[in-house]
Design a protein around this ligand. Structure first.
Ligand code: WTA
Length: 632
């Protein structure tokens, strides 16, 4: 039987059991799936060498667990409701049977195009059912999908395709997000100029705009799928075979391709989805994320499908056509479980409450948040106005690298506390580390958040760069996985994530590396050097503040900011545009040439009075000049 925790007492009991016998715990969970052949070894390897394996020797295809297994029982149940960008556009529901048929058809298409087990396929698409069908078809034939958020620029797309040598790109002619149009095919064409490995492009029609066409390379989705058979035998995979790559930002260099594998990821996303959200048969679950991020992978696509849930695929944005859109959709589909990011809540809070009051939200049972710390004000607004004071809020802490939720209340079971992700899931063992690399014992303490033992959903490597994987996660604290987050454990033992302690920003719940943004800014011919830091931002959580030294100080800083915006949009995408720029005569550096970001963060946060010790600076005078400077 599937583990489905039903009371707080049971949670405590199972948590303790999971500690006593970790492997038995995970083996029990894995045993609930359909495996063509059972595993030889539950688990091997560890953080020291970064050679973690789960359920090795087990043979399966993850889509047989997401789709085939459900056909006889819930084949006619709705798997997805598709809600388009504009509320008046064509919407549809897709049953498990229909999804299965489409995935089989598209699997045949991919194989006919020569895609084989282990090949990488890049998906750069609008949030539509076809995106999900594409990902599942890759999984079914054993190809490794790499979904790139359709807000990234041509250059970012190209870098991601090149990094994993993708053989195929699946995209749309274009997409509409709110009132904006994004010409996905044009962007793809631009990117593919520098991607010789891509031999085929499949284009799914969405906007019907004119696009360029490369004969022999480009083909229409609807033409290919029309003739494809819906009979398809899933390719057998080993539990440790790659499932997907997802690029995410780190504190240095280019985004890294985080790799997840079939067996462990399946077990982990399914287990966490079921226990955190407590979704039952009749419920309608809506996660508002985009499938281009890990939340979409684990909690729109995989986790819900393993559990036979009904989910929503939402193409739009929270404030289009107006700020009532989320609530209109909740009323329309009688949503029971609603999972979103704090930044969306904060944005919607700033509008008139009439946008909420207009709609009947009585169907809601559980609310969730993810991606960044939720401030207490937003938590209470969410609880009172959306949840009507009766819906538990699950504040779920996790990361692209963890594969699934790690620290979170279980809905209706764990007593919640505003701003706290509360307690770890059974099988997960967080620890806080002090500056000497020692575990901090007891409660009422703060430190850097690490995990003590591997869990099935952990990323196995960084694509093509295992050294970087080891360096990023496994070397800061030997024998532990380091999350990059700071954390407080309160007197009751509840966890509160306080934010990144490295050079990663969290802007509207999106992870961005400061180095990545600096590299983009530095491409401007007038920039000598730049330094990017985060600062507190009412809606985005963190805003992007760029200090820059110019060759010639611009006469019109506002126009210059526009140039920087255009450049960053071109190189990374609009999400990385600095909110504020400041032209500086120099940057505060140590004698060894390292930029002291601590000082820049204080200036950006307008806390420059309390600057701390600046005596190690090469040129302390520069601090005064920066403090007196102006931001645009
Ligand atoms: C942050 C998103 C506080 C954290 C699933 C983490 C959070 C980073 C929470 C991972 C939360 C995520 N409370 N902070 N509930 N959830 N974070 O990889 O800093 O896009 O390290 O994964 O988001 O971001 P990623």
């Amino acid at each position: 039987m599937w583990l489905n925790i039903k009371s707080f007492e049971e949670y405590n009991q199972i948590y303790n059991q999971s500690e006593t016998d970790r492997l038995k715990f995970w083996e029990h969970e894995a045993g609930t799936f359909y495996w063509r052949k059972s595993w030889d070894n539950v688990h091997s390897g560890g953080f020291e060498k970064g050679d973690i394996k789960w359920f090795e020797g087990g043979k399966l295809n993850i889509t047989e667990n997401a789709l085939d297994r459900h056909l006889n029982t819930i084949g006619n149940k709705t798997a997805f409701i598709f809600e388009p960008n504009h509320p008046d556009s064509f919407r549809r529901t897709i049953t498990y049977r229909q999804l299965y048929d489409d995935v089989c058809r598209f699997s045949n298409v991919l194989q006919e195009k020569g895609i084989q087990k282990g090949d990488r396929v890049c998906i750069y698409m609008a949030m539509t059912p076809e995106l999900i069908i594409s990902a599942l078809a890759c999984a079914r034939i054993g190809a490794v999908h790499s979904i790139v958020f359709a807000g990234f620029s041509a250059q970012s797309l190209a870098e991601r395709i090149q990094d994993c040598d993708a053989k195929m790109l699946i995209t749309n002619d274009g997409l509409r997000r709110g009132d904006k149009h994004v010409p996905l095919k044009d962007i793809s064409d631009e990117a593919l100029k520098s991607c010789p490995t891509v031999k085929n492009v499949i284009v799914c029609q969405r906007t019907n705009r004119d696009i360029d066409w490369v004969e022999g390379r480009d083909e229409w989705w609807h033409m290919l799928i029309r003739n494809a058979s819906k009979v398809h035998k899933a390719v057998e995979m080993d539990a440790e075979d790659p499932l997907f790559i997802l690029y995410t930002s780190g504190s240095t260099g280019k985004p890294k391709g985080v790799l997840h594998t079939c067996g462990g990821y399946m077990v982990y996303t399914s287990y966490t989805f079921r226990n955190v959200f407590q979704v039952s048969e009749e419920d309608v679950y809506w996660c508002t994320a985009d499938a281009g991020w890990i939340t979409g992978h684990s909690y729109i696509i995989y986790g819900p499908l393993f559990n036979g849930a009904t989910g929503v695929i939402f193409e739009g944005v929270p404030n289009y056509p107006d700020a009532g859109r989320f609530w209109e959709v909740v009323e329309k589909y009688r949503i029971t479980h609603f999972y979103t990011a704090p930044t969306a809540i904060r944005a919607l809070m700033s509008y008139d409450i009439k946008y909420v009051q207009k709609y009947d939200l009585s169907s809601l049972k559980v609310l969730g948040t993810v991606g960044e710390p939720i401030n207490e004000e937003a938590w209470h607004w969410y609880n009172d106005h959306i949840g009507g004071g009766r819906c538990p809020i699950v504040d779920t802490w996790w990361q692209t690298e963890t594969g699934g939720i790690m620290i979170s209340p279980l809905a209706g079971i764990t007593p919640t506390k505003p701003g706290f992700a509360t307690l770890p899931l059974p099988g997960i063992f967080p620890v806080l580390m002090d500056e000497n690399g020692k575990e901090i014992q007891g409660n009422g303490v703060s430190g850097n958040l690490c995990l003590k033992y591997p869990w099935p959903g952990i990323a196995r490597t960084v694509w093509g760069d295992h050294e970087r994987y080891l360096k990023t996660y496994m070397t800061s604290y030997k024998g532990y996985y380091f999350t990059g987050d700071g954390c407080r454990r309160d007197p009751e033992g509840y966890y509160r994530i306080t934010g990144r302690v490295d050079d990663v920003l969290n802007v509207s719940g999106h992870r961005l590396g400061t180095a990545e943004i600096e590299n983009a800014i530095n491409e401007h011919p007038n920039i000598v050097e730049s330094a990017v830091v985060g600062y507190p931002h009412d809606i985005k959580g963190q805003g992007i503040y760029a200090f820059m030294i110019c060759e010639n100080d611009p006469n019109d800083p506002v126009a210059f900011k526009k140039e920087i915006h255009n450049l960053v949009t071109k190189i990374i995408g609009p999400i990385a545009k600095p909110d504020l720029i400041q032209i500086a005569p120099g940057l505060p550096k140590t004698r060894s040439g390292k930029i002291m970001r601590r000082i820049l963060r204080k200036v950006a946060a307008k806390e420059a009075e309390d600057m701390g010790d600046v005596s190690t600076l090469l040129d302390p005078a520069v601090v005064e000049e920066i403090k007196g400077g102006k931001a645009y």
